[in-house]
Structure formats: C-alpha cells, structure tokens
Design a protein around this ligand. Structure first.
Ligand SMILES: [Zn+2]
Ligand SMILES: [Zn+2]
Length: 244
C-alpha cells in the first residue's frame, strides 16, 4: 500500500494544493477528494488518463470536489477506455453529476463507463476492506477507513470525528486528520480534539487541512509528540509490512 499526499491544504490555502490522497496497491489507484487545485498536482505526477481506478469524494464542499470537472474532461480528451467508479454520498449526487456533465459539455458522455456508488454502506474499494462514518461538518462528510494486507489507513475528510471515526483512527497505522484550528471549533478538527485521541502503537498521525494562520502554532504544538507530523504536498508513505 503506497500513499501519496497530493495536497494538504484547506479551501483557501494560498500555497498548498487542496487536501487529497492518492493510494495505490498493485495496479489499483484510488484518488481521495478532488478540489480545484488537485488536477494540476495529478498532471505534475505524470498521470495518464487510465491511471486512476476509483475516486472517493468525502463531501461536496468545493475544495473537495470542484476538480472533478477538469479531471473527467482530461480523461475524456485523452480517450480513457477503462471504467471509472466514483464513491459519493447519495444525497450529494446531484451536485457531482453537474460537475460530470460540465466535463463533456456541450456534448453528452465521457466516452468511458462511469459508475456512481454510494459511500454510506460500502464494504470494499478495490483490493481493500473499506468503511465510512459521518463526521460533524457543515456539509455531511464521511470519514474513510481502508484496510489492506499490510496496513490500515484512515482519512478523516473535514469535520469533528464521530465516536466511530475515533475508533477507526485508533485502529489505523496511518491516520490523516483534519486539523483546521488549535482550539476546539464547531464542525472542524483541531489540535485540542486530536491530541489525546487513542492511537495504535507505532501509528503515524498526519495533520492536514490546517488554516494557514494556525499552521505555525500546530507545528509548534506537535513538537514532542512523535506520532504526529504535518501534512505536506507530495509527501509519500510506504506501508508495506507495517503489520508484520
Ligand atoms: Zn475542506
Ligand atoms: Zn468541508
């Protein structure tokens, strides 16, 4: 299981790509979230139109989905042939469907099969067991846990973790946690909320989607907490054998 953090930024980060992960095992590649600045990071990553097998959208805030139009338009233009699956919440389908329609406008159809799948009750994505749980956010967001042969990865998406989200994070070898602020805030993760969560021995916790004005303070706060680090655009994690 190989994880690349394409972006660690929040919605309005002046310097960083919107929060997004690319997770690969064998020839299966999952893109998690696709804000407006994510396609450029993918292009810089030397992608081809066939590379991504599946997309997971945590929630329909623009910084997590607006890049879909550009990415699907790219796949259409470069004549992708293999099918693509997109996991999203059923209640958010209409917003995403419009982004998909715009990708081929004024034509209809992308030239490849697109399968929309509900994220509420999913049990697997590609080679991994998968589960989701809602967080507390201004737009319904679902946190994602993926378990492969080697490791368990958790991605919070935006929002304050639910009790189930905290359990998922506690099982993870690698946990990506939204940490917008230092102090507890409605609808967002914060250092105050994340610092004392239960953690698996040897696990790594990556804080991301940090308000630019809070980043220095968060960097300072994690000093002395070896399991925590800050998300960085382009940071890679190899998880082969962490469970061995
Ligand atoms: Zn966001
Ligand atoms: Zn959001």
């Amino acid at each position: 299981m190989h994880v690349k953090m394409l972006g660690c930024g929040d919605a309005y980060d002046p310097k960083r790509t919107n929060s997004s992960l690319l997770i690969r095992e064998g020839d299966f590649e999952l893109l998690i979230d696709c804000g407006p600045t994510v396609p450029q990071a993918l292009f810089a990553n030397a992608m081809t139109a066939e590379d991504i097998s599946c997309i997971y959208i945590s929630h329909c805030h623009p910084d997590h989905c607006l890049g879909l139009t550009t990415l699907l338009n790219y796949m259409k233009s470069f004549k992708r042939s293999k099918p693509l699956s997109i996991f999203r919440q059923a209640s958010q389908h209409q917003a995403l469907y419009r982004l998909m329609e715009f990708a081929s406008w004024p034509e209809k159809g992308l030239g490849f099969e697109l399968y929309w799948k509900d994220s509420e009750n999913l049990t697997e994505i590609g080679p991994w067991r998968a589960e989701t749980t809602p967080s507390s956010h201004s737009v319904p967001n679902r946190s994602l846990q993926l378990t492969g042969q080697d490791a368990t990865v958790f991605y919070s998406g935006d929002g304050l973790l639910s009790p189930q989200g905290e359990r998922f994070a506690a099982q993870a070898d690698l946990a990506f946690i939204e940490c917008e602020y230092m102090t507890a805030a409605n609808g967002h993760g914060s250092w105050a909320d994340v610092k004392d969560l239960q953690k698996k021995a040897g696990s790594r916790w990556v804080l991301y989607h940090i308000d630019d004005a809070s980043r220095l303070a968060v960097a300072d706060a994690i000093t002395g907490h070896a399991e925590f680090s800050l998300g960085e655009d382009g940071r890679e994690f190899d998880l082969a054998g962490v469970m061995a």
